[in-house]
Write a new protein. Structure first.
Length: 310
């Protein structure tokens, strides 16, 4: 069942990206982030009340940082979805696991202190070959994907797609830190929704509503499923991790999140008539493979890590 929960969660997030792309015809990224945040607040507050989970926290600073970096990732991703082929934008966001691996490699090298070994020689830092190969494979996949699909005005959207993956990795590491000090994941996701609403409100106030009178309240209904699908997708992924009883089961669940790329590719081709050539499919496969490898290595280093959010 945990595998089915994860696949369902990935499907819901992929479907949310379809709604974002449709809604982007009338709304900018700030407005969609605002809508997702407001709907998430209501949904998660009702769920917390039903479960008897307190939303009060002793770590407002940690939640504020997680929300800030998460909102940057979310806004960048929504912009990429609006201006790029759907499959490309979704795949770049799923690069977060590869970026976490890159941070682990860089962090290990920065933290290394030259200490003489037993024989008097200076011990060198571990090469971490598997992590390095994972990162290189992920970057090769990015090159293959962006080269055939990004040109002209799409270059900026491609950079924001990459930024969404990088900042999602930072946000995920903060989620891991909050999990280690005992913060329930429902509380963490709730404060992210609060941060999304606040940031989206500021962005909307600064830029004004996009399109003036080009959208109607019927169009505004597209904002509703963005928040609902995101909240339901996160709950499915959380339940998948919670019901995985063994380390092997957790690894299977964690890797099945990449089925979201497959769903996004299907939507991209069927609904939006996007054309993905051989290099694009190859890059997508490389990113999925490197993401799975990075997830396996991460789970070994940080067992029982919380679910990611897309």
């Amino acid at each position: 069942m945990q595998a089915l929960w994860m696949v369902l969660g990935a499907f819901l997030f992929a479907t949310m990206s379809v709604v974002v792309k449709v809604a982007s015809e009338w709304f900018n990224s700030g407005e969609m982030v605002l809508g997702r945040g407001l709907i998430g607040i209501v949904f998660l507050w009702l769920l917390a009340r039903n479960r008897g989970t307190s939303l009060a926290t002793k770590y407002p600073g940690m939640h504020a940082w997680r929300s800030t970096i998460g909102v940057v990732s979310l806004g960048a991703w929504f912009y990429a979805i609006a201006h790029m082929p759907l499959a490309t934008a979704v795949t770049l966001n799923y690069m977060s696991s590869v970026w976490v691996a890159a941070f682990l490699v860089g962090g290990a090298l920065l933290a290394w202190v030259p200490v003489p070994g037993r024989d008097g020689r200076i011990e060198r830092p571990p090469l971490q070959g598997p992590l390095v190969m994972t990162v290189l494979a992920g970057f090769a996949g990015v090159v293959l994907m962006l080269k055939p699909t990004v040109g002209g005005g799409d270059g900026f959207a491609g950079m924001l797609g990459l930024l969404s993956g990088v900042t999602a990795a930072f946000a995920y590491m903060q989620v891991v830190a909050l999990s280690r000090i005992g913060e329930p994941e429902l509380r963490t996701v709730f404060y992210f929704a609060v941060g999304s609403a606040v940031a989206g409100a500021f962005a909307t106030a600064a830029t004004g509503f996009s399109g003036g009178s080009s959208w109607t309240w019927q169009h505004a209904l597209w904002l509703l499923p963005i928040g609902l699908l995101a909240a339901l997708g996160q709950l499915c992924m959380t339940r998948a991790y919670a019901t995985a009883k063994t380390q092997a089961g957790t690894l299977v669940v964690a890797n099945l999140q990449y089925s979201g790329i497959v769903f996004a590719a299907f939507y991209s081709v069927v609904l939006f008539d996007d054309r993905i050539d051989a290099a694009g499919w190859g890059g997508m496969a490389l990113i999925i493979a490197s993401g799975i490898a990075a997830t396996v290595l991460r789970q070994r280093a940080v067992p029982k890590a919380p679910a990611e959010e897309h």
